[in-house]
Design a protein around this ligand. Sequence first.
Ligand SMILES: C[S@@+](CC[C@H](N)C(=O)[O-])C[C@H]1O[C@@H](n2cnc3c(N)ncnc32)[C@H](O)[C@@H]1O
Length: 253
Amino acid sequence: MIASLNTVERSFDRGACRYDELAVVQPQVASTLLAKVTSKVQAARSIVDLGCGTGRLLADCQSLNSHASLTGVDISQQMLASAEKAVPSAQFYRSDLAKTPLGSATQDVVLSTSAMQWVEPKAALSEAARVVNDDGLIAISSFLHGTLKTWRQAWGLEQKLMPLQSEFMDAANAAGLIVIELTSERIVQRCNSFESCLAGVRELGAGGDRVQPQGLLGRNKFTQAQHNVKQHIERHGVFPMEYDVLYLLAKKA
Ligand SMILES: C[S@@+](CC[C@H](N)C(=O)[O-])C[C@H]1O[C@@H](n2cnc3c(N)ncnc32)[C@H](O)[C@@H]1O
């Protein structure tokens, strides 16, 4: 189940001011992705980051290659406001990353990290394929379905929130892309309080909206989840917050 664009936008607008301070897993994922494509970034004339957030990855690209034309796309106005401060020379568009105003075949490198889990993979990868140059590179990382499994169990949440790896593979095929590299990893943050778990989820974005204690039902769920998490911590010392991350490098066929 993909969250609505408005839900995601509102959630990131709210989280933007403390995102760089609180996000732990996302910078790690972005560094891993960048390390895979450093030489391409250094040689690129144009680079776009789809779902650029506060612009950290674009700032890193600028350090590696000060000549490239840099573009950031994000749905959240507040995230973009931070990104504009971080990388004043870049161009920014407030847009759905699956429907950007960018021209076709205009980008040497198309990056996206920790953002595509909120978009249908087919729509996201077909837009990446549209904007990348014929000899360009698409490099994305995204959270996958197994992300926050134990946390979601504590909340009694059963519906699918994030895409499966196979959906990205199908989407790459449908977009006419050749997959150059496909890897995944599980990152586990071990939290020692319910509150620290909650802070991590909020930085992930739309997940934050699902745990607001609204109404009696919401408050009951919140109390039950709090109890489940505390009980887990009492038994095991920590609560695992799992992030299943996909890294996909692809080019046009
Ligand atoms: C978890 S943050 C990651 C930000 C940045 N890429 C990073 O690694 O720090 C996800 C970002 O994707 C953006 N986003 C989510 N859905 C989007 C969409 N459909 N179109 C554009 N941006 C989107 C959010 O506004 C947010 O800035």
